[in-house]
Design a protein around this ligand. Structure first.
Ligand code: COI
Length: 355
């Protein structure tokens, strides 16, 4: 995918940047946004001209379909600054393709490359001072699309708004992550929207996750809705399990998001001779491995969370603590991945794209 700008996007700049008021050392994820945003509307059957404008609230009709039927999708991406002040995206083609797959599943129009990719490039160029150098610093990119057409008839909208907002980020999880393995609630079902980054996939997790939080757990590892015997994903992350020296992760499916970090870790493991099996993972084999001491690690992988070790899990009201180990494969893979993202290691895959 090229990142060439085909046309200048109309831009209205802020009169004064708020960047000097931001404490970049103490960011909590997703709360601070940069000075500008990209907006592009779809109406009369076509995309209008995109615009970059000051970051600001906007008005919608109370009957806009996004409010009533949740016709909304998003992506999560990051930009990184290297030691020479160049800014890089990581596999933006994957996010672009997945965004349009989500759009199709939610009966929304495809967003053209010159809106998504050129828009992203020009917006980040304008906001380059917001991308801070140094491992762990990044600019989180949130492209999203909502149905803005009015009328509460339950049918797809004819008008949409595509936007990109940017948020300087450090880590997503601030402390240890303990998870509950789901045995009642479900995130996705066959034929549903689990593989799409649809807003409703996330809000549907809020209630069971709130119950888990009340019990001292940060996340849920979702299982298949029919039998609750297969381990799927953690909602904000895909999940990997290490038994002895082999990593296991479930195949992407119509219930499991095809995560960009997930597929990158699989490629890194394969390149570097780490034993990796992509196959359905049974709850029972993980519980058994935890009991007999062969379960060494569980970790989540996602754009926002990067690679996040899980310290323990609960299943059927029994808590299993993961061992503290010296040779964490999660941390090795995290280093390999972030070194590519921050351009401190050679990108043998051609994943990084300069802005
Ligand atoms: C991401 O990792 O970018 C995601 O989309 C997860 C989100 C809930 C923060």
């Amino acid at each position: 995918m090229s990142l060439k700008a085909t046309q200048e996007i109309d831009t209205v700049k802020v009169t004064a940047s708020k960047i000097d008021t931001i404490d970049f050392e103490n960011l909590s994820f997703g709360n601070v946004f940069t000075d500008h945003m990209l907006v592009c509307d779809f109406k009369d059957g076509e995309w209008q001209k995109p615009q970059i404008t000051p970051y600001a609230p906007f008005l919608l009709d109370p009957s806009a379909k996004v409010f009533h039927y949740g016709q909304a999708i998003f992506e999560g991406m990051k930009a990184y600054k290297d030691e020479n002040d160049a800014i890089w995206l990581f596999r933006p083609d994957q996010n672009y393709e997945r965004f349009n797959k989500s759009a199709e599943r939610m009966a929304m129009p495809r967003v053209p490359e010159d809106v998504f990719i050129d828009g992203l490039k020009q917006l980040i160029n304008l906001e380059k001072d917001w991308v801070k150098k140094g491992m762990g610093n990044s600019l989180y990119i949130r492209p999203f699309m909502i149905a803005i057409g009015s009328g509460v008839i339950a049918a797809p909208s004819t008008q949409y708004r595509f936007m990109i907002i940017l948020s300087p980020a450090k880590s997503y999880y601030s402390g240890e992550v303990k998870v509950i393995i789901a045995d009642h609630y479900s995130r996705a079902a066959n034929g549903g929207i689990g593989a799409a980054k649809a807003a409703g996939n996330y809000s549907a997790q809020f209630y069971p996750t709130k119950l888990a939080n009340e019990r001292g757990f940060q996340q849920i590892i979702w299982t298949d809705d029919a039998t609750h015997t297969l381990l799927e994903e953690a909602g904000t992350m895909n999940v990997f399990f290490r038994i002895n020296d082999t990593l296991y992760t479930a195949p992407a499916s119509e219930r499991i998001l095809d995560g960009v970090t997930r597929k990158s870790l699989i490629s890194l493991a394969e390149r570097d001779g780490i034993k990796m099996e992509v196959r359905p993972v049974l709850v029972s084999e993980i519980v058994e491995a935890a009991k007999n001491g062969t379960l060494k690690e569980i970790f989540g992988a996602g754009t926002a969370a990067v690679v996040n070790p899980i310290v323990g899990f609960s299943f059927a009201d029994v808590y299993y603590e993961l061992p503290k180990i010296e040779d964490s494969i999660a941390l090795q893979l995290k280093d390999k991945l972030t070194n590519i993202q921050y351009k401190t290691a050679e990108d043998t895959f051609g994943w990084t794209v300069k802005i």
